[in-house]
Write a protein that binds this ligand. Structure first.
Ligand SMILES: *Cc1c(COP(=O)(O)O)cnc(C)c1O
Length: 378
């Protein structure tokens, strides 16, 4: 069996182990410490825009804390992009609130401003103002930032920017992770950089960072004994994980360039096949980190469709995966309200994510190209 080619696997830069070793040498084996502070500083300076970052145990924890800080509770409604990973929506349910799912638009595959506004107007008419909007930069592609931000402002609804897949992406020159009232990042093993597991909350306001850190460390009041006037969480990032993150920040831009190189490779590979579209930036305002490179089949048939291609790749031990299955089609969310048409559903039915790691080499690309070309010519 040939070595497996993964969709997206961890890619260490080289200095990560030094920071982890430093943590061992100084016995900072705790959910706080010098690596955590330095990792937060590196993220703040990378994102710019006077951003304040709290390093947490996961991206999911960051979304959960955002909802808590926005006061989302039992009976509330939260608007959420339907086409996404379930972690965008699950924390809404943790809070006892109801997700209201919104379709995608075809340019960026993200939150449709049209259906977002339709949903807001309808929910207001039903007598309930949504407590938050969760917008996602899917596969690293920025959502329509101007339109979505304008609607959030117009209706005065706080915006949670799920930038878990989009560290290193930007819109009109401004980094993703700086557009929401709360923005979240993920450093899970398959993301553009990893801390093995981890996430972060990025905010515009120092007091929101303080509040996030308070909640993430069991909400301990200022007293010599353990005193609590709030429910707390154990959501802080460990100093070991943050050491990996410090090293990864040194290679982030290099990894973005390598992921974009993979995207270019697919653009060239499919350039002669009019029936297959490589997902690309709609115009120069958008800069995607191309966390994952994705394709869609224009006219899938019995022989040429995402599933037959996925199987052909699998035979060669090459991993590929269907696009995110929209949340409004998930069994667990089948009773949640949905605003939209069939855009996200049709993307799910016609799309495929291809191996996109920054650690893929020329030999891997040859194997992928040969397998895909053989499939297309058969
Ligand atoms: C990975 C991911 C998350 C969750 O991040 P974790 O660190 O795995 O908890 C949330 N939203 C999206 C879109 C993601 O891809």
């Amino acid at each position: 069996m040939k070595e497996k080619i993964y969709l997206s696997s961890p890619h260490m830069g080289g200095t990560e182990q030094n920071y982890v070793q430093e943590a061992f040498n100084t016995n900072w084996i705790a959910p706080l410490g010098p690596n955590v502070n330095a990792f937060e500083l590196a993220l703040e300076s990378y994102l710019g825009q006077d951003t304040h970052v709290a390093a947490l145990s996961s991206g999911t924890a960051a979304i959960h804390l955002s909802l808590i800080m926005l006061g989302v509770g039992r009976g509330d409604e939260v608007l959420c992009q339907s086409m996404t990973f379930s972690a965008s929506a699950n924390p809404i349910v943790y809070q006892g609130a109801t997700p209201i799912f919104i379709d995608s638009e075809p340019d960026t595959w993200n939150l449709s401003p049209t259906y977002l506004e339709e949903a807001i107007i309808d929910r207001l008419a039903l007598g309930k103002k949504p407590k938050a909007i969760i917008a996602v930069h899917l596969y690293g592609m920025p959502y329509k930032v101007d339109e979505v931000t304008a609607l959030a402002k117009k209706y005065d609804i706080p915006l949670i920017e799920d930038s878990a897949e989009a560290l290193g992406s930007s819109y009109k020159g401004q980094k993703c992770g700086t557009f929401g009232d709360f923005s979240i990042l993920s450093f899970n093993g398959n993301k553009i950089i990893t801390t093995s597991g981890g996430g972060a909350l990025a905010t515009r306001k120092p007091k929101h960072k303080q509040q996030a850190l308070f909640l993430a460390t069991q909400a301990r009041d200022d007293a010599p004994h353990y005193q609590h006037s709030h429910i707390g969480y154990n959501y802080r990032m460990s100093n070991i994980c943050a050491g990996i993150g410090r090293g990864q920040m040194e290679v982030l831009d290099k990894h973005v360039a390598l992921r974009r190189k993979m995207n270019l490779f697919y653009n060239e590979l499919f350039s002669n096949f009019q029936d297959i579209m490589v997902f690309k930036e709609p115009c120069n305002d958008y800069f995607s980190n191309h966390w994952l490179s994705c394709i869609t089949f224009k006219n899938p048939d019995k022989k040429y469709n995402p599933n037959t291609l996925r199987e052909a790749l699998q035979v060669e031990n090459i991993e590929s995966r269907p696009l995110w299955k929209p949340m409004h089609l998930q069994p667990i969310f089948k009773n949640s309200p949905y605003y939209g048409n069939t855009t996200s559903e049709s993307l799910f039915n016609t799309g495929l994510c291809l191996p996109s790691g920054s650690n893929l080499n020329e030999e891997d690309r040859q194997r992928i190209a040969n397998t895909i070309l053989t499939f297309l010519k058969r």
